[in-house]
Design a protein around this ligand. Structure first.
Ligand SMILES: Nc1nc2c(c(=O)[nH]1)N[C@H]1C(S)=C(S)[C@@H](COP(=O)(O)OP(=O)(O)OC[C@H]3O[C@@H](n4cnc5c(=O)[nH]c(N)nc54)[C@H](O)[C@@H]3O)O[C@H]1N2
Ligand SMILES: Nc1nc2c(c(=O)[nH]1)N[C@H]1C(S)=C(S)[C@@H](COP(=O)(O)OP(=O)(O)OC[C@H]3O[C@@H](n4cnc5c(=O)[nH]c(N)nc54)[C@H](O)[C@@H]3O)O[C@H]1N2
Ligand code: SF4
Ligand SMILES: [Mo]
Length: 687
């Protein structure tokens, strides 16, 4: 019946802790509105601001979306393209890949992907093709969170078995360390944290919304968190709150660690971190008494010593026995494997003809510049031109006529502008898939609500077509979505398969809060928490975590933080006009005393500058960061931006101590009035 209202329940697959339930409103078979599902436990009828706009804006706007495959016609990087048919586009890509594989070996074909969509098939199935091809990977997590994974791997044997957020009902204290739920997990901020009965402690240099509402906000200088953790442990010991029984039964190496605590009094901690000693002691008492939850943010490990920081903060749960009991535990991410998802089934690494080769995102630019090993670059679920470090050099390297680049995306991104072939991907509203929240222990359906816009195709279909054009025969490469979804749902214990999951929307996989590591057994070599890690020592790290801090920036320089913005999802939605309006001009915030010292006033245009690049930004002044810290936010779109650059033009791509991962929150800059900077040599002129 025309005009009849129907509702499709689906799930947001963005890289976000929340995994919101969505209600897609249709009239007469046409989508009219995308809303939060009122019956969903997380979204409760409201999407976050950015998705509420984008899902009713650019995501459904045929004028904004890529609707046909494109072939480059102008010089590389200029952004001139001509529409072509799918067969021609797939044919061009397959021919080029075959030629490179024959001449240089398939390892010369690199692909990079990340979490543009976190739905399981669109995020995982393309790997079957890339594995079969034998392509090299740009190591995905090196752009985001690998240091934390490596550090927790040494210590706990796993970084993807976190607390069950439902444990909050039994927690006397929730410690959020280096995460900004107000931006990056807006529903956890608005509902989960607010409804939790325990006291909230936030450790963050930025007094963000969650920090401002906490019972205690510790505001360390960036990169000093290991010293803060040691000072808290010192205070915990002084208060008699060490759980020596837990340490004896479930850890190794406390004996080597404990003497390091001796000098680390709260006053020592204050001198290194800037956090008042009394607050360190108060937070230590609260956390130590427990039961306490510890949320380890991803921002925390994006520091030069991020791995050591994670190992140091990771000492708190075992030292206080805050693990394995109700209301206690720590969380980095909750992985899908824990819920029954078999990653090897999804990605089929057994299809690889040769051992896997990979490269850190931090080495991408140098390797491209060297011009030998990377002949083709396939980019899917990622926008490297906006979100990767060494932006100017990256763009230049991507403009090489010798490099064959494919961008698969919903939009013509800055990466797409540098491609030879652009392939239009379908949005999450346009195909069935599944979403596994990395916070809650739930599984959700992504249900098709509309036909793909134009000729867009889901990632998986694009890679099936590529497999066929390459002449690959393995049945894994052609397995239909419906069969995969059914198998995945059943492997998580959803006996009715995908249909049952789609009917429910989201399923809690366990009826009650799941205690974390309740049996006290850890997947480390010793089966215990390895405070002293022989594996870490073998890899060249200290045997136990150290109370180390980064040196303060040299005089006149600021530590630049560029964490998640409330109005963007990484670089996504950078092309939505309403979001652009909300976001205003690219800005940087300084402490009032720093602004005064520099003679700068709020609203002025300032220039941020270092060896890597230079960028104009609008200055805001507020006491939300310590002195010496400048706060911006990550990854706007570049095209249309002033100076044709974003904050990543200032990021030298320094690696973390562990995992060769991004140390983006360790960037240092000078801040100058606009006129003064114009007289000085720019980074590009200096190169
Ligand atoms: N300065 C600074 N830079 C940072 C960070 C920071 O903190 N500061 N954070 C880093 C982090 S943590 C990350 S994860 C990266 C992420 O950075 P980006 O790669 O910018 O991540 P997203 O915007 O999530 O997604 C990338 C693209 O995936 C596309 N996409 C969405 N769904 C699909 C789909 O179904 N198929 C295909 N083919 N494409 C799809 C989107 O349109 C988008 O263009 O940025 C990093 N960059
Ligand atoms: N709205 C929105 N939501 C997002 C994203 C987005 O871009 N926008 N991105 C998504 C992605 S890909 C990711 S990885 C997550 C990341 O989400 P989070 O885990 O919240 O990580 P960030 O936003 O990078 O940084 C979080 C906090 O770390 C703090 N921080 C930086 N350096 C230090 C330090 O040395 N010590 C301490 N204690 N804190 C520090 C920053 O000030 C910031 O407030 O968010 C996801 N959700
Ligand atoms: S991005 Fe996060 S908060 Fe926004 S709708 Fe998606 S899951 Fe919810
Ligand atoms: Mo990320």
């Amino acid at each position: 019946m025309p005009g009849e209202k129907t509702i499709v329940r689906t799930t947001c697959p963005r890289d976000c802790y929340d995994a919101c339930g969505i209600a897609v409103i249709k009239r007469g078979g046409k989508v009219t509105k995308v809303l939060g599902d009122p019956d969903h436990k997380v979204s409760r009828g409201a999407l976050c601001g950015k998705c509420a706009i984008a899902y009713n804006g650019v995501i459904r706007d045929p004028g904004a979306r890529l609707t046909r495959p494109l072939k480059r016609v102008g010089p590389k990087g200029e952004g001139r393209f001509q529409p072509i048919g799918w067969d021609e586009a797939i044919g061009i890509v397959a021919d080029r890949l075959k030629a490179i594989a024959a001449e240089d070996g398939p390892q010369a074909i690199y692909h990079c992907h990340y979490t543009g969509t976190c739905s399981l098939i669109a995020g995982g199935f393309p790997m079957r093709f890339l594995n079969r091809l034998g392509a090299s990977d740009i190591e995905p997590d090196t752009i985001c969170n690998l240091a934390g994974h490596v550090a927790l791997g040494y210590q706990y044997g796993s970084s993807v078995v976190g607390f069950d957020p439902r444990a909050a009902r039994d927690a006397a204290c929730i410690l959020v360390w280096g995460a900004n739920p107000a931006h990056s997990a807006p529903h956890a901020h608005k509902h989960w944290l607010k409804e939790a009965p325990g006291k909230k402690i936030v450790v963050d240099p930025f007094r963000h919304g969650t920090a401002a509402e906490a019972d205690i906000h510790l505001q360390p200088f960036p990169g000093t968190d290991a010293a803060l953790a040691f000072a808290m442990l010192h205070a915990i010991r002084a208060e008699g709150l060490l759980d020596r029984d837990y340490l004896a039964r479930h850890t190794i190496g406390w004996d080597q660690l404990e003497p390091l605590l001796d000098p680390c009094t709260p006053a020592w901690g204050e001198a290194r971190t800037g956090v008042p000693a009394a607050l360190i002691a108060e937070a230590a008492r609260l956390y130590g008494k427990g039961p306490s939850l510890l949320w380890l943010g991803q921002g925390l490990q994006r520091q030069p010593l991020g791995g050591n920081i994670f190992r140091a903060v990771g000492l708190l749960p075992p030292a206080t026995g805050n693990i394995g009991k109700p209301g206690a535990g720590f969380l980095y991410l909750n992985g899908a494997g824990r819920k029954g998802i078999d990653g090897d089934y999804l990605e089929a690494p057994h299809l690889r003809p040769t051992p896997r080769t990979s490269l850190s995102h931090m080495d991408l630019v140098e390797t491209l510049e060297a011009g030998r090993s990377i002949k083709a670059l396939l980019c899917w679920n990622i926008n490297i031109a906006a979100s990767n470090p060494q932006q100017e050099r990256l763009h230049r390297a991507l403009r090489s006529e010798d490099l064959f680049t494919v961008s698969i995306d919903l939009f013509q991104t800055d990466t797409g502008d540098h491609a030879d072939i652009v392939l239009p991907a379908a949005s999450f509203l346009e195909f069935d898939d599944m979403v596994s929240s990395y916070f809650n222990l739930t599984l959700s359906a992504q249900a098709k609500a509309m036909e793909p816009i134009g000729e867009a195709l889901p990632n998986q279909e694009i890679f099936r077509r590529l497999a066929s054009a390459m002449g690959f025969n393995e049945p894994e490469l052609y397995e239909p979505d419906a069969a995969i979804l059914d198998r995945l749902a059943k492997s998580c214990g959803v006996t009715g398969g995908f249909e049952a999951l789609a009917g429910a929307g989201t399923i809690e996989l366990w009826p009650d809060p799941v205690p974390q590591f309740a049996d006290g057994r850890f997947p480390t070599p010793s089966g215990k928490i390895e405070i002293a890690s022989a594996a870490a020592a073998r890899d060249g790290y200290p045997l136990v975590p150290q109370p180390q801090i980064d040196p303060r920036p040299r005089s006149g320089r600021f530590r630049l933080l560029s964490p998640a913005s409330a109005w963007l999802m990484n670089s996504s939605y950078g092309n939505d006009p309403l979001i652009a309006q909300k976001n205003g001009e690219e800005g940087v915030t300084l402490h009032p005393e720093d602004a005064t010292a520099l003679g700068l006033e709020a609203g002025a245009t300032v220039r941020l500058r270092n060896e890597t690049g230079e960028l104009a930004m609008r200055l805001a002044v507020a006491p939300v960061v310590p002195r010496g810290v400048a706060l911006a936010s990550k990854s706007r779109w570049i095209k249309g931006a002033r100076g044709h650059a974003n904050v990543n033009c200032l990021n030298p791509g320094r690696k973390t101590d562990m995992g060769e991962s991004t140390a983006v929150h360790g960037v240092e800059v000078e801040i100058l009035p606009q006129e003064a900077a114009a007289d000085r040599p720019t980074a590009s002129a200096a190169e």
